[in-house]
Design a protein around this ligand. Sequence first.
Ligand SMILES: [Zn+2]
Length: 346
Amino acid sequence: MNTPSPLASHPGATAPGAARRWRPTPLITGAAALHAGAAAALLAQPSTWPWAAGGVIASHLALTAAGLWPKSALLGPNWTRLPEIRAMAPEFAQDQADGGADRRIALTIDDGPDPDVTPRVLDLLDQYGARATFFCIGDLARRHPRCIEAIVARGHAVENHSQRHRHTFSLSGPGALRREIEAAQRTLTEISGMRPLFFRAPAGLRNPFLDPVLCGLGLQLASWTRRGFDTRERDARKVAQRLLHGLAPRDILLMHDGHAARGPHGQPVVLEALPEVLRAAASAQLRWTTLREVLNPAISPVLDAALDPALSPAGGAPLSRQTEGGRPPAGVPGRNGASRPPFDKI
Ligand SMILES: [Zn+2]
């Protein structure tokens, strides 16, 4: 388990969303040194080529294995649990001492928006007063913008899950990775008014080129503590059990509103498993939070897209729909209010 350190999760105390300097991990540094050493050995003594080739192949296998392991931090910083609030923001440690912050837990919901499932997930979250982080696909957001608006208006966060969610994502070079992630940044910022601060790779698969791209775009990689496999598992009880077994404060849970598996009656499994998860968290007195609120509890959960004018939508329309605390301002449909986003138009 990679418990994020403050430096790993917040390198150089850079402001959330700001580009930061890339620092290669020991595995990447070692692989680069091995490549250089192999090249030098070949030049000095060509007969050593079997050893040189073997070393290079071994380093590539190690890098590939690290990329196939979603919870690995071998290729760069990776949130697999929420960092301790004391590490992130000492000035908020009193909160923890008061018994509030240390009960935080995060629900992340991937692969949406889905006009059939997402609105029902939002209703369930409302029922339990829970807030979640939605890792959305840019292309789907473009197709279903009302869903994205509803996610934000009801107090949740929208983060980057790539523009197209291609299964070949982890085979891409640095240029293709950047284009894919940047396209989703633009799409999601334009529609939600919320510039993503986190990125989750499709299927959690990566390669060594990803971390420098994320650093340049000011994004933090996030994976999860536990997942229910709700895109494959048709039994909602099993999904909930996987998520709840050993559940602890600071856990990051993964569910899906897109690509959701269907139960025996055709119901998306997430809709049956989610209430059980929300009930269990409530009875354990765990408090749902969003990843971005943990990243910077000192400010609103929503960073104004004005932080990066290049990502602001044309026309100067107001971008931020939320106020501090994640609640929508007056006049905007509330999570529990009578006025709700018009799903009938989705
Ligand atoms: Zn996904």
